[in-house]
Design a protein around this ligand. Structure first.
Ligand SMILES: Cc1ncc(C[n+]2csc(CCOP(=O)(O)OP(=O)(O)O)c2C)c(N)n1
Ligand SMILES: [Mg+2]
Length: 409
């Protein structure tokens, strides 16, 4: 069987070792003291064209065997597979709607996840309810899996709030714009989880560009040394705004983990099944006291960085076309159809559901109330602060200079 792989056509990689690393699967008791993480060569299915890449579904929708990861999706039912498909379709629809709303002036900005649905739905569905997720600003699919209502994601992008959801309701932290900083938050949180003796895991999302941040290196060091139950999920979407991944690293990103003393693995980020399996494996390691794991989901940002970006200024169409052939949604659809796991009615109903979601999102955004002008001074300190009081008073005085036009707009 011929297996296409996302990494096989990778054009820019220069220096690369071949094997990743895997951690010892021994040791099930979590402890905050040091435990030894052994590294051995990790190889993936012999059938894969690229031994670095874990792939369970080819771009043509063929299921390929993988000795290490099949077990993590062995019991998956046709209904669950359809569920993954539904998640990806609705997330893409929500994302397209948000992009359109920005173009209509209803949002100030939008960061599209187009192309990254499998990485986000596969990893998001691998998490358990009591796990804790630290996203960047693009994890709309993970938010969906965590049960955050998608309309709540839009407030910040409309400029009417600083987040829009209670992180503790769904164990899904607020979006983080400061690149890479959430990996430190996740590491600290995971160290706390370990101290509590809980068997929950923590997962931090970040990008290929973020991998160059000191914060990420620091969180790798701390999590390794303290054996924190955290999964670092890097979506390598090939670009950090206009900087290609080759400007971030001379080795495949997943191999960075080895230098910190924990395992790293590269998964086909456009293969929802592989992302589910690999993330389950990594979360299981965390739960059983084996410490951190780096998962590099090898994928592609099919759209612009944000609605403020114009990717035609720095990359060509051929690259995008090559990745479109590996579309995550199309490949699962092909698999569902070829294996008779979904009938035509399922796809038709999903289309209706997508339309309804689009309508709901449009209506919700337009109905969002403008914030109170002084809300920005709330929640800075738990008990108030003299400097905040002073700034509030200054702002009130400034606002008063507009009193004559108040209500006139
Ligand atoms: C500390 C910091 N530096 C710079 C920026 C500006 N910035 C916003 S997004 C971005 C690129 C991030 O790329 P990557 O980590 O690959 O994530 P992606 O946007 O591709 O999902 C940069 C440099 C920022 N937000 N924070
Ligand atoms: Mg990126």
């Amino acid at each position: 069987m011929t297996v296409d792989s996302s990494a096989a056509s990778e054009p820019r990689r220069s220096a690369a070792g071949k094997a990743g690393t895997t951690g010892s699967k021994t040791g099930t008791k979590r402890t905050t003291s040091r435990t030894t993480t052994r590294t051995t060569a990790r190889t993936t299915s012999k059938k894969s064209a690229d031994p670095e890449l874990v792939q369970l579904l080819t771009p043509e929708g063929k299921r390929v065997k993988n000795a290490e990861y099949d077990a993590y999706v062995a019991g998956i039912t046709p209904e669950e597979l359809r569920g993954l498909y539904r998640d990806m379709v609705l997330t893409r629809r929500f994302d397209a709607e948000a992009t359109a709303l920005q173009r209509q002036g209803e949002l100030g900005l939008w960061a599209s996840l187009l192309g990254q649905e499998a990485a986000q739905i596969g990893s998001g569905r691998a998490t358990r309810e009591d796990d804790y997720v630290f996203p960047t600003y693009r994890e709309h699919g993970v938010a969906w899996c965590r049960g955050v209502d998608p309309t709540n994601l839009l407030g910040m992008f409309r400029g009417v709030n600083h987040g829009g959801w209670d992180p503790n309701s769904n164990n899904f932290h607020l979006y983080t714009i400061v690149i890479g900083s959430q990996t430190l938050h996740a590491t600290g949180y995971a160290m706390g989880v370990a101290k509590d003796g809980a068997d929950s895991a923590v997962i931090a999302y970040f990008g290929d560009g973020a991998s160059s941040q000191g914060d990420v290196a620091e969180s790798f060091t701390f999590s390794a040394v303290y054996n924190a139950p955290v999964v670092f999920f890097c979506q390598n979407n090939q670009w950090a705004i206009s900087e290609p991944t080759e400007k971030q690293t001379r080795v495949p990103l997943y191999q960075r983990a080895q230098g910190f003393g924990f395992p790293g693995v590269r998964v086909d980020g456009n293969d929802v099944l592989a992302c589910l399996a690999v993330t389950k494996w990594a979360l299981e390691r965390a739960r059983s006291g084996e410490g951190p794991t780096l998962v590099e989901a090898y994928t592609y940002r099919m759209g612009a960085h944000t609605t403020s970006d114009d990717p035609t200024r720095y990359r060509g169409d051929e690259e995008r076309l090559a990745w479109e052939a590996k579309d995550p949604i199309l490949r699962l659809r092909r698999y569902l159809e070829a294996s008779n796991h979904a009938e035509e009615g399922f796809f038709a109903e999903l289309e209706i559901e997508s339309e309804a979601l689009g309508r709901r999102v449009r209506e919700a955004v337009r109905a969002m109330p403008d914030p109170d002008n002084f809300a920005i001074f709330e929640n800075v300190y738990a008990d108030g602060h003299a400097l905040v009081d002073e700034e509030r008073a200054q702002f009130a005085a400034y606002q008063a200079t507009f009193a004559d036009v108040e209500g006139g707009n």
